[in-house]
Design a protein around this ligand. Structure first.
Ligand code: THU
Length: 133
């Protein structure tokens, strides 16, 4: 699967968003080396801080199916934004710990704009488990 197909999967995931409070739907799709795709969408709650982002839902979905970090090769996210949708800070922190350094990350919007980025670019000087030693 190429990045354009993965972005289409993220757009499909977006349709599963539960976002009655923000009305802002986000979809994410995580691809493994053996071609499996795990979807995530943002899921909100009337207790607002409990809202969960699409990217984290996709990552946790894959981990709960037994996938290993080393096997993740691409992550795509999509939302109806002017510029390709950028992951929030909390997701960047989670991505920096649970995704491999060399994963390809594609931000996109519904108009077809795409921007490729990396973990390092999204979160330089990340806090990590190394800092706890
Ligand atoms: N959201 C995501 O799903 N991913 C992001 O990286 C940015 C924000 C969701 C959270 C909330 O449900 C809605 O978008 C508005 O912030």
């Amino acid at each position: 699967m190429n990045h354009l197909e993965l972005i289409e999967k993220a757009k499909e995931a977006r349709k599963l968003s539960y976002s009655p409070y923000s009305n802002f739907k986000v979809g994410a799709a995580l691809l493994t080396k053996d071609g499996k795709v795990y979807l995530g969408a943002n899921i909100e709650n009337s207790s607002y801080p409990l809202c969960m982002c699409a990217e984290r839902n996709a990552i946790y979905h894959a981990l709960m199916e037994g996938e290993k970090k080393e096997n993740f090769v691409m992550l795509a996210l999509s939302a109806d934004t002017d510029e390709p949708c950028s992951p929030c800070g909390a997701c960047r922190q989670v991505m920096s710990e649970l995704l491999p350094r060399d994963i390809r990350i594609f931000m996109s919007n519904l108009k077809g704009d795409i921007k490729e980025t990396t973990i390092e670019e999204l979160l330089p000087f990340a806090f990590s488990s190394e800092d706890l030693k």
